[in-house]
Ligand binder design. Structure first.
Ligand SMILES: O=C(O)CCC(=O)C(=O)O
Length: 293
């Protein structure tokens, strides 16, 4: 892998741009970046909801308006994560976030009117002092066994500056299909091949409510969190054109495969509404035999 890399700013897209222009940009770079596309108050509400169940491990600094580590650093699969994550996953406000009109209309831009939001919703916490465990470079097409229209949507729950574990994209990397992977530390556990000429990454400081939408083959990774105390928090999921085949693991809760009490029955226990519960049960194309290659 080439270690001689450089960063350029994420290319900013605007919601009032012509859809054909957005699509062309998406085809060229593999992602679209929208500033403040989601209401900041809605993001703050979700952040507050998460923080309520992350105490005493993560608190909030009202001056910097960032989550801060108040206990030991942890990553996905560590004991603190396993204790807190089911409580985060149980929040109705977290799951409904991705079904609200602001998010749905962003998704529709890329896959058309009929959107299917994957049931698996992800929350990310990048703690300081966990160097080497940040999200490695990968393609979601591999981890989600996706079809051609699957895209990712990633939302910043607070302002994320350099050093806090920003998400970075490898522009144009979606054009050569799904790549070979090797085992790696960090979220997802694999990293994909990066070609010698791919040396320029796109990354920017982000504001609360900023969104990146990316092609399932667009390589992305997280920068290390080198701060003393800030925990970077974001949420993401996948979506596709309604009716496209969806691999069966995507209808389970994130980490449900390894945390026993993390299943839909438990998640739904405290919900006020049931319209989003098992909303995929009549989805026509859920497949369970892995594609090879
Ligand atoms: O936020 C992160 O660190 C990982 C996000 C990611 O890989 C994704 O949304 O696919």
């Amino acid at each position: 892998m080439n270690t001689n890399t450089k960063n350029e700013a994420l290319i900013i897209s605007n919601l009032d741009e012509d859809q054909a222009v957005l699509k062309k940009r998406f085809q060229e770079y593999g992602y679209l970046y929208f500033k403040k596309a989601i209401n900041a108050q809605r993001c703050q509400q979700q952040l507050d909801n998460f923080l309520a169940v992350l105490s005493p491990y993560i608190g909030y600094n009202p001056e910097t308006k960032t989550p801060v580590l108040t206990g030991s650093a942890f990553g996905e699969t560590d004991a603190i994560w396993d204790e807190c994550y089911p409580k985060m996953q149980a929040q109705e406000s977290f799951h409904s976030f991705f079904h609200e009109p602001e998010v749905s209309s962003l998704m529709q831009l890329m896959v058309g009117e009929q959107v299917f939001a994957y049931p698996m919703k992800m929350a990310r916490i990048s703690c300081p002092n966990k160097l080497g465990f940040e999200t490695p470079p990968h393609q979601d097409a591999h981890s989600h066994q996706s079809g051609p229209t699957m895209c990712g949507i990633w939302v910043a729950l607070h302002d994320i500056k350099e050093g806090m574990g920003r998400l970075k994209m490898l522009p144009g990397s979606h054009k050569q299909g799904v790549r070979k992977v090797l085992q790696a530390d960090g979220v997802g556990g694999v990293q994909c091949e990066i070609f010698e000429h791919e040396t320029t990454w796109h990354v920017s400081d982000m504001q609360q409510g900023d969104v990146i939408i990316f092609d399932s083959c667009c390589i992305h990774k997280a920068e290390p969190n080198t701060t003393d105390e800030v925990c970077r928090m974001s949420i993401d999921t996948r979506f596709c054109t309604y009716g496209e085949p969806v691999f069966i693991t995507n209808i389970d809760p994130h980490h449900g495969w390894r945390i026993e009490q993390l299943n839909w029955e438990t998640i739904y226990q405290g919900w006020k509404n049931n319209d989003l519960q098992y909303y995929w049960k009549d989805y026509p194309e859920i497949f369970s035999v892995m594609k090879t290659g």
